[in-house]
Structure formats: structure tokens, C-alpha cells
Design a protein around this ligand. Structure first.
Ligand code: NAG
Ligand code: NAG
Ligand code: NAG
Length: 239
């Protein structure tokens, strides 16, 4: 099974690899199980594809590691990340040569095999709108990933900013035609804020989630001064 996972991963083109870690976790493959402790690196993937390609038999959402989905033969892209557990991280996916809408426009975060976890689908982009900012929560129990989900703030970060449209009362979207390479001037690279919750294998509590909740009011992008310029000051300095 693990081999099969490795095979389809090799068949997908890689968008980006971010390695930030000192660790005791020797599992570097997203389609494999690991048990983490605080400060380990943890590998997970984000797959981009169409809504339908994440469902088996059009009804059951499976992990992208599950070969029944045959994501490798559909129009999809994979991004791999290895953030440090319980550290506030902002992942970025540069869209200067990768347009998410040309790969179906949806993404799913995932890791694990026997203990497979996958997030619900998140809309990223179509030819009209692009969502550039996300918060992903990785929830562990005793060091094992249990759950991945997208945390939304009901568009509070873009309220009153005319450059954004609030989609489905949850996502701040920019017009795709405003993006670089699409006729506009905005860098529409994706920013994915990570938060960790639950417990590690020694039952230590992961609390970066707590920090994210408290920092949200100031906007997490403020923490990343280098990205602030490239990703956010372009939006009329709404911070
Ligand atoms: C797919 O869904 C159809 C209709 O819901 C069902 O009859 C069929 O058994 C399912 N196939 C598999 C392989 O689960
Ligand atoms: C994305 O890549 C382009 C070209 O290399 C670069 O100019 C741009 O600053 C990058 N954007 C981010 C957010 O890193
Ligand atoms: C793009 O997505 C938005 C929000 O989901 C939807 O309202 C719109 O109809 C979509 N446009 C196209 C061209 O698919």
C-alpha cells in the first residue's frame, strides 16, 4: 500500500517543497503514518484538482492517497510541506506559473494511510474568483493526525475592502482578472496559515491554535514581514 502511494506521488508534478524542521519524525512521505512530538517536522500534502476527482463514485470523499481516486491520471497538482509541529507557519504556493483554476480549482489537505486524514474540499479559484488566504488546522491525538480542516473567519479580514468579494459568507476572494499573469497586477499566490491542536505522543498539548485565535484580530500576515510586502500590501494596505 505504501508503495502504491509513493508511486502516484511520483507521477504527480510537484508544485513546491518547503522544508522547515529539526525533528525526530523520520516519515517524509505524506501517504504514510507517523506519530509526532512537539518540534518534529510533519509531512503533509495538498492536492489541487476538480471537485469530482476527490470523490469516489461521486459520493465518498477519499484521501488523495487512496488509489481508488486515480488522481495521478486526472488533471491535478500536488504540493508537499513539512512544517514544524506546533509552530505558527505561513505556507505559500507561488502562483506565478501555477494557476489553480486550470487544475480544477479545489484543494484538499491530507496525510496518513492506515490513519488517513483529509480536509474537506476548499474552493481556491475559477476563472472569475481566486481565494488567496486560508487557515488550516491540523488536529492530533497522542501524536497521530486525526483531522484536518479549514478555519474560516466569515470574511472579517476583507470586510469593507472593495478589492475583495466575500464568497459564500466565508472566503475573501479577489477577481482572477486582477491577478498577475491573468491580466492584472496582484500577486495571487496562496497563503496557508497553519495551526496545530490536540496532543502529541507524550500527551503534551499543542497550542499554536490558541495563539492563532488570539492573533487573528491583528492578522497573521503581520507576523511575516517578508511576505507582507509580496502578498498583502498590494491589497490597499488593508492590514
Ligand atoms: C456507486 O454508486 C451507485 C449508486 O449510488 C451504487 O449502486 C454502486 O454500488 C456504487 N459502486 C461502488 C463501487 O461503490
Ligand atoms: C512568486 O514568484 C515570482 C517569480 O519568481 C516572484 O516575482 C514573486 O515575488 C513570488 N511571489 C511570492 C509571494 O513569493
Ligand atoms: C466561480 O465560483 C463562484 C463562487 O463559487 C461562482 O459563483 C461562479 O459562478 C464561478 N464562476 C465560474 C465561471 O465558474
Amino acid at each position: 500500500m505504501a508503495l502504491k502511494g509513493a508511486l502516484w506521488l511520483m507521477m504527480l508534478p510537484l508544485v513546491v517543497v518547503v522544508v522547515i524542521a529539526t525533528n525526530t519524525n523520520s516519515v517524509y512521505q505524506p501517504c504514510a503514518d507517523s506519530k509526532i512530538q512537539r518540534s518534529d517536522g510533519f509531512t503533509f500534502g495538498i492536492a489541487f484538482s476538480s471537485r469530482d476527482s476527490f470523490f469516489f463514485n461521486q459520493s465518498l470523499q477519499l484521501s488523495p492517497c487512496d488509489h481508488r481516486l486515480s488522481l495521478s491520471s486526472s488533471n491535478s497538482q500536488l504540493a508537499l510541506f513539512r512544517p514544524k509541529v506546533d509552530e505558527i507557519s505561513l505556507l505559500t504556493i507561488n502562483t506565478s506559473s501555477f494557476f489553480p483554476d486550470t487544475y480544477g480549482g479545489y484543494m484538499v489537505a491530507f496525510a496518513g494511510r492506515k490513519y488517513a486524514a483529509r480536509s474537506p474540499l476548499a474552493f481556491v479559484a475559477n476563472s472569475t474568483y481566486t481565494v488567496t488566504s486560508f487557515t488550516l488546522v491540523l488536529e492530533f491525538q497522542k501524536g497521530r493526525l486525526q483531522n484536518l480542516y479549514w478555519k474560516r473567519d466569515g470574511c472579517s479580514s476583507c470586510k469593507g475592502n472593495s478589492n475583495f468579494v466575500c464568497l459564500n459568507k466565508q472566503d475573501c476572494a479577489i477577481r482572477t482578472s486582477s491577478c498577475k499573469g491573468r491580466g492584472g497586477a496582484v500577486d495571487c499566490s496562496l497563503g496557508i496559515q497553519l495551526a496545530f491542536s490536540g496532543t502529541d505522543k507524550h500527551l503534551s498539548v499543542l497550542n499554536s491554535w490558541y495563539e492563532v485565535e488570539n492573533l487573528r484580530q491583528y492578522s497573521l500576515y503581520g507576523l511575516y514581514s517578508n511576505l507582507r510586502d509580496s502578498l498583502t500590501s498590494q491589497y490597499n494596505k488593508f492590514l
